[in-house]
Design a protein around this ligand. Structure first.
Ligand SMILES: Cc1cc2nc3c(=O)[nH]c(=O)nc-3n(C[C@H](O)[C@H](O)[C@H](O)COP(=O)(O)OP(=O)(O)OC[C@H]3O[C@@H](n4cnc5c(N)ncnc54)[C@H](O)[C@@H]3O)c2cc1C
Length: 422
């Protein structure tokens, strides 16, 4: 096989966006993925929220108390499991060490800049290629049941106001004016924050459509092609090995999500990214006369209800369970309960119908920021570790990596995302 300019391993949101960005710049790109198509791993059925308004890492100050409290509680929004704990320990200690107020605020600002830039590129690609992915540009609403929760959420948004975050505090009347379907539960809510610039859409449909655009522009995709190792010639990465062949390239980019760690470890590169499991439940709402008009985030439950065309998706929760793919009934039950607590009438109509439960592994970095750029091994780049922001930041991370690879000025500050910081 002819030598490639660039090989990208992984065809999820990160990989396909990166392929698209590099092809736009004229690179000759080959994408390899172990699955039979794009976005079949974590990018398959996420919550669909494009939310620059949610840049805060999940290791917020006080997270250790939350994790400890979760041990005996099967329904806790953030759930730590004991069995995988030994394997999680070094990463977990870094995760806790990064939960200081100062680091948390710095990571939030850096993520906000990347997310905003990313949303602009997502809109540009949508408009340029007429991509259909049940996109809504109606903002998101974060509801709080308790006035004590509204205040910190307000403060967190205020901290980003100077950086450009727009938001509006809503009282109960304003909540139901914006989303009339919440009127049944308005009395249970203390209020909400509305973020007018957020959007939403089906990440799987977006990735499939963008892969198609990239393919038509000349990117080659090889599916059912698991990469078993990287070719290392005296510290320079010169290609990849699959079970059937070796493929050489000038540059290799790993967009392999939570699996990146396994490909880097034989090179002595130990990336602090671990899987944090999340769940979603998709319901068919094609028969409904009245549908939710925008995504609603339930702050306390780390969960969100998003209308995605004919589908209503309830998603969220964080489970520190290693690579255990079990779809736990109680976690899916949490999502059903969330729907019932937000939209009781809808729950009554939709829950007797078909339910599609799913779980996926967010590639979560210990310091709450993704890794984007060249690693300490020459010729080897990574674009991963986006945690709960992988859809929001996909196009921007790709744009940043492409600029760095071409030796151009970074479109957003690149240092917080350096791939040499571990
Ligand atoms: C429940 C849930 C809700 C979420 N909600 C949101 C949201 O609302 N908004 C948001 O911004 N983000 C959200 N996220 C996060 C987002 O979905 C992820 O960050 C994102 O999908 C990660 O994309 P990725 O391309 O890095 O990884 P993946 O989608 O996992 O893609 C990695 C690809 O690499 C391939 N691969 C791995 N190893 C190899 C190998 N050795 N050889 C070949 N191929 C390989 C895999 O097959 C896979 O296709 C959510 C996540 C979950 C779980």
């Amino acid at each position: 096989m002819a030598k490639q300019d660039v090989i990208i391993v992984g065809a999820g949101l990160a990989g396909v966006s990166t392929a698209y960005a590099l092809r736009e710049r004229g690179h000759d790109v080959l994408v390899l993925d172990a699955h039979e198509g794009p976005a079949l791993e974590t990018s398959f059925a996420n919550a669909g929220a494009l939310t620059p308004s949610e840049p805060e890492p999940w290791n917020a100050p006080g997270v250790h108390w939350q994790l400890l409290a979760s041990l005996p509680d099967p329904h806790s929004a953030m759930k730590l499991r004991l069995a995988p704990l030994p394997g999680l320990l070094p990463w977990g200690l870094k995760f806790l060490a990064n939960s200081s107020r100062k680091r948390f605020e710095a990571a939030s600002l850096a993520n906000f800049a990347l997310s905003r830039y990313s949303l602009g590129l997502t809109q540009r690609a949508r408009d340029a290629h007429k991509l259909e992915f049940a996109n809504l540009a109606r903002g998101t609403m974060k509801v709080c049941r308790d006035a004590r929760a509204l205040e910190p959420a307000h403060q967190a948004s205020q901290a980003l106001a100077d950086a450009g975050l727009r938001f509006e505090i809503l009282d109960r009347a304003a909540v139901t004016a914006r989303e009339p379907l919440l009127s049944d539960v308005a009395n249970d809510l203390a209020g909400a924050i509305f973020y007018p610039d957020d959007e939403s859409g089906d990440a799987h449909r977006f990735t499939v459509s963008l892969a198609d655009v990239a393919r038509q522009a000349g990117v080659r995709f090889e599916y059912n092609s698991p990469v078993s190792s990287l070719i290392d010639r005296a510290g320079r990465i010169t290609g990849v090995r699959t079970p059937t062949e070796e493929i050489e390239a000038d540059q290799v980019i790993l967009t392999t999500g939570h699996a990146t760690r396994g490909l880097l470890a034989p090179l002595g590169l130990h990336i602090p990214v671990r899987p944090v499991k999340g769940y979603s439940l998709s319901l068919d709402m094609s028969g409904l006369n009245q549908r939710p008009s925008l995504p609603v985030v339930d702050e306390a439950l780390h969960a969100i209800v998003t209308p995605l065309g004919e589908t209503l998706r309830i998603a969220g929760t964080a489970e520190f369970a290693g690579e255990d793919r079990t779809l736990r009934a109680e976690r899916i039950d949490n999502l059903r309960q969330l729907l019932t607590r937000l939209y009781p009438a809808l729950a009554e109509q939709l829950l007797p119908g078909e339910q599609k439960p799913w779980c996926g592994f967010r590639p979560m970095s210990a310091d709450g920021r993704p890794f984007i750029g060249e690693t300490r091994a020459d010729g080897l780049w990574i674009n991963t570790g986006h945690g709960h922001l992988g859809w929001t930041q996909a196009m921007g991370s790709a744009g940043l990596l492409a600029a760095l690879l071409d030796g151009e000025p970074a479109p957003v500050p690149a240092a917080p995302f350096s791939a040499k910081r571990f």
